[in-house]
Design a protein around this ligand. Structure first.
Ligand code: ZN
Ligand code: ZN
Length: 295
């Protein structure tokens, strides 16, 4: 077991986390309303689609700038990433940049090695220390007023998506848009809230488990690991040791068998001309004798 350090952070104030706690409890209303097949299908679809934007937008575009796009599509990437209710795009990117700069040292906001599973998984989000956006770390994104606006009003995209789910639920479950306030509730509990909770914990697993579970390929000086099954549920983020080793690559699966669904999606967007200049990993980096860990 890891030696868990005393945390230099403020304690969790549950009263300031009521929204985050409520998101976890709201799906239970489905025990009262029931749920339709459509609600469950929407839950799965919104998990996959939003995970694509968490990894392809928050992570590979905004945090690491591994490819380029237009200003308009950049806004769409930010908007759809934020439908995940993982706060603003500048907030997300700033904390992620701190993670890479200080991986598995006491300054890492979510290090399992330093602070144990629960804090690295969920605690760091619930303490006041990381609540504010560190604009000094995302000056490249701060240049765009539309992104700063989205970051400030970060609940706009998830609230609009939640209403849209109810609207769809009204049509599919109740036969008309007006039925959204009768037959759309179960779509809200399962299609929106349950998939949001599952998406939270799949995303958070990269912060916690991916620095503990799996195997490293490269010497990175931190605890990052690679894992096929975490790569499958996170659409490619499970090749986390590859990513820590060479953050500039859009592709996190360095070999053909390292399935990276987000990358395949971004490749399709590049064929459509919506994104461009995707980076790969150069051979001298990929096969570095110094950095490869002997099997
Ligand atoms: Zn990263
Ligand atoms: Zn990491």
């Amino acid at each position: 077991m890891h030696h868990v350090h005393a945390r230099p952070f403020s304690p969790i104030r549950p009263a300031s986390q009521l929204g985050f706690i409520a998101v976890h409890l709201l799906p239970f209303f489905a025990l009262y309303t029931g749920a339709t097949l459509f609600d469950w299908i929407l839950c799965a679809v919104l998990y996959v689609v939003r995970m694509f934007f968490v990894t392809g937008a928050y992570h590979r575009y905004f945090s690491h700038r591994t490819y380029k796009t237009s200003r308009f599509f950049q806004f769409l990437l930010a908007f759809f990433a934020q439908t995940s209710a993982q706060k603003g795009v500048l907030w997300w990117s700033a904390n992620h940049r701190i993670h890479h700069k200080h991986s598995d040292t006491p300054e890492d906001p979510h290090s399992m090695k330093q602070y144990g599973f629960w804090f690295s998984h969920i605690g760091w989000i619930m303490v006041p220390d990381f609540e504010d956006t560190r604009y000094d770390l995302v000056k490249d994104l701060q240049k765009y007023p539309e992104l700063v606006w989205l970051n400030k009003y970060h609940l706009v995209p998830p609230v609009l998506l939640a209403l849209f789910c109810m609207f769809l639920g009204g049509i599919v479950n109740g036969g008309s848009p007006a039925a959204m306030f009768t037959d759309g509730w179960s779509t809200l509990w399962i299609g929106f809230f349950l998939s949001t909770v599952i998406l939270y914990h799949a995303t958070f697993s990269i912060n916690s488990l991916m620095h503990w579970y799996g195997r490293p390929r490269y010497k990175t000086g931190d605890e990052s690991k690679n894992s096929l099954w975490l790569a499958l549920i996170s659409l490619g983020e499970g090749w986390h040791n590859n990513h820590h080793y060479y953050q500039r690559s859009t592709n996190q699966g360095f070999f053909w068998w390292e399935i990276d669904i987000t990358y395949y999606g971004l490749k399709v967007l590049s064929w459509l001309g919506l994104v461009w200049d995707l980076h790969g990993v150069p051979d001298h980096v990929k096969y570095s004798k110094e950095k490869l860990i002997k099997a």
